[in-house]
Design a protein. Structure first.
Length: 714
């Protein structure tokens, strides 16, 4: 064990022993003090001075965590014993002892009221008032018991005079001794040890002199102003000990029949009980002067220390915020705080700025701009006030550094109030956003350029598509004339060539149509002409249109349709385009010998359409891009399968335009399943053609299962 740890352990052990022995020590003090005072000082009616037994018993209750009842009973027994040694009157002995015990118990209970775990202390506001109220209640309790005791005691005497004496002495005992057992502030004194020592000796010496030789009783109060010095310059603990010393000197001198207090009985022919009351009044006045002054002074010093600590903490926080400019300006706009972050942002030293108007940090043009925005004069303080009132506290400000560099700062304004809730100034927290604004501007310009490029590309695609569609249509028409023999019969070799040209022309025309549709989607010009239709007819037409693509292919293409009409509302042209894209996708990505199946089913509210194939499928890592325009799977590219990557994009657009949804499941090397769900009734406005779909942005969620094929793309 290291030496510091051993020292702390030893100190803790000694403190524990002291706490265990303190109750016994207090009981001994109760017995000794009571016996000495009872034997040395009492009235003609055998009324003892309650000081200091009552205060010691209350202190015993405050420092005892366990066995309070036992300790209190022992204290009462000691008081009864001491009383009987001085006076054999059993009733008086029991009554006076019970009064002291009851008064101490009431005082302790009143002090503990409202405190759960915290010790009784003289630290916070209201603690002195709590002590005075507790001492008063305890004294009144003790006095009441004494009045009854004297009234029934055979020794005689005035019950009311006895009550007055006990009331004063009990209160004095509590006010003087209880502070020794209360929790006090750990605060260093203002005066040096030597100064405090001289003052204590001087105060005790003057007290001894006044209570030994002074002839005029009022002179005893001359010692009271001397307490004020120690209250302001010393500590509460030292002041309490000094008060105990003064009370002991006054009590002992009076017990020895010395001093002006004892001389009252003969000089003014007053009752001895009132003499005791005068002594108690002196002690109570001393306590009421010393305790409030000492506690109030300590609380003010603690408040000042907390305020200084808070200011220092705030200053450290402000100084630590080197990444932000922190300024505090008063109502006149004068800078009072200028942290290192502000020095770095403005490139100005705090000694140069603090004490100067904040207007000097900004150009006149910027103040005019901000003032015009807020509708106020071009003065920084007035702009701040208007911004706070309008709730417009966060705005960009522009300023120029001493080297001429223009910078931008995002400034947040906050009103600061004083202790009365009145506006005292404005806290301005700024962040240099010059680089951020430059990056933002560059990004905006880049987006604008990309948008323009996208528009130009879309216009180009639309223009080229329109220009290609007319000659392609014409070419296909002339090829049909050739096939029909309008210019003569074709040989077998010629017909083979014309079939190839026609097939490729139709494929090119489909691509042109898809590009035109994509252009309409991007320009939000895709329109619908919905009507009631039988989906079976359009499925059949779509299958027939696949004959050109299926020419020369060894594929099994089947459809499973209900025997009854499958009615729904929809645009027949758009639905047929969707079906053609789904079927062509399945055909292209299914090798010869495979199977393509189209299944139509219906529920109460919707029509379900499923296209299944046994094609190559899509790699799992690429499936989240299936509905992205121009996307082609790596497997399709590797096998040089023709297509522009628009099929599923168009399918999803048409389906969503009808209020439905499409899902895809995929497994590479197994096949593709595309499921479409269409509502029977469209929730669209039929009064006019309107855009129905936006540019697809992300893949529609799809479901995968080991038993399901996976999608192909066009």
């Amino acid at each position: 064990m290291s030496r510091p740890v051993a020292v702390r352990s030893r100190a803790s052990e000694l403190g524990s022993v002291a706490r265990r022995r303190l109750p016994a020590l207090l009981l001994v003090l109760v017995a000794v003090s009571s016996l000495l005072l009872l034997l040395g000082l009492h009235t003609v009616n055998q009324i003892p001075v309650a000081w200091p037994a009552a205060g010691l018993l209350t202190g015993l209750l405050l420092v005892t965590d366990q066995h309070r009842g036992v300790h209190l009973a022992l204290g009462g027994l000691l008081l009864v014993t001491a009383r009987l040694l001085a006076d054999p009157d059993v009733i008086s002995a029991i009554g006076f002892s019970a009064a002291t015990v009851a008064g101490a118990l009431v005082t302790w209970n009143r002090l503990r009221r409202g405190l759960v775990r915290r010790r009784v202390g003289l630290v916070e506001e209201g603690d002195v008032s709590r002590l005075i109220a507790a001492a008063s209640q305890g004294a009144m309790t003790a006095a009441t018991i004494v009045v009854v005791t004297v009234a029934i005691s055979p020794s005689g005497g005035s019950p009311w005079l006895a009550g007055v004496a006990v009331l004063g002495t009990h209160a004095a005992s509590q006010l003087i001794l209880v502070p020794l057992f209360a929790r006090g502030p750990s605060f260093a004194p203002l005066a040096s040890r030597r100064e405090r020592g001289v003052q204590i000796v001087l105060t005790l010496g003057v007290t001894a002199a006044l209570f030994s030789y002074a002839a005029a009783p009022p002179l005893v109060f001359a010692v009271m102003p001397m307490f004020a010095w120690l209250a302001f310059r010393g500590t509460l603990r030292e002041a309490s000990l000094l008060l105990v010393g003064v009370a002991a000197i006054a009590s002992i001198a009076t017990a020895l029949r010395l001093g002006p207090v004892h001389d009252l009985a003969t000089r003014y022919d007053i009752a001895p009980e009132l003499v005791i009351g005068f002594l108690a009044l002196f002690l109570v006045d001393c306590a009421l002067l010393l305790l409030p002054l000492s506690v109030m002074t300590t609380q003010q010093r603690m408040s000042a220390a907390r305020a200084r600590a808070g200011q220092q903490t705030l200053q450290r926080l402000v100084d630590a915020a080197t990444g932000s400019a922190v300024l505090y300006v008063d109502l006149d706009g004068v800078v009072r705080v200028f942290n290192p972050g502000a020095e770095a942002v403005f490139v100005r030293g705090s000694d140069e700025v603090v004490g100067s108007p904040a207007d000097l940090l900004f150009a006149d043009a910027e103040l005019l701009r901000q003032a015009a925005r807020m509708g106020t004069a071009p003065i920084f303080a007035e702009i701040c006030a208007a911004a706070v009132v309008a709730g417009d506290e966060r705005q960009p400000w522009h300023f120029q550094r001493p080297d001429g560099e223009l910078r931008s700062m995002l400034l947040t304004l906050t009103s600061v109030s004083d202790e009365h809730g009145e506006a005292a100034g404005y806290l301005c927290v700024g962040e240099d956003v010059t680089e951020r604004e430059a990056v933002h501007k560059a990004l905006v310009e880049a987006v604008e350029r990309l948008t323009e490029l996208e528009r130009v590309k879309a216009d180009f695609v639309a223009t080229v598509s329109h220009e290609l569609r007319t000659p392609l249509t014409s070419m296909i028409g002339y090829l049909e004339l050739l096939d029909d023999g309008e210019v003569g019969d074709l040989t077998s070799a010629q017909r083979t060539l014309t079939d190839r040209v026609q097939r490729n022309s139709r494929r090119l025309l489909l691509l042109v149509e898809d590009l035109l549709l994509l252009s309409q989607i991007e320009d939000r010009q895709l329109t619908m002409q919905p009507r009631s239709l039988d989906l079976r007819a359009h499925v059949t037409a779509s299958l027939e249109s696949m004959s050109t693509i299926l020419g020369g292919r060894d594929l099994e293409v089947v459809s499973r349709l209900p025997q009854v009409p499958v009615t729904l509302e929809g645009d027949p042209d758009q639905l047929e385009r969707m079906l053609v894209n789904l079927l062509s996708n399945a055909v292209k990505f299914t090798p010869d010998g495979g199977r393509v199946e189209l299944v139509v089913s219906e529920t109460t509210d919707s029509v379900e359409l499923t296209v299944l194939d046994t094609g190559m499928g899509i790699p799992e890592a690429e499936q989240d891009q299936l509905f992205t325009r121009f996307f082609r799977a790596s497997s399709a590219s590797a096998q040089a399968i023709q297509g522009a990557g628009l099929g599923l994009t168009i399918v999803r657009t048409v389906v969503e335009a009808h209020g439905g949804h499409v899902t895809v499941s995929s497994s590479e090397g197994v096949g593709t399943t595309v499921s479409v769900s269409l509502p029977r009734t469209l929730s669209v406005d039929r009064s006019a053609d309107r855009p129905v779909a936006d540019q697809p942005q992300s893949a529609t969620p799809y479901n995968r299962s080991p038993a399901s094929p996976s999608p192909g793309t066009m």
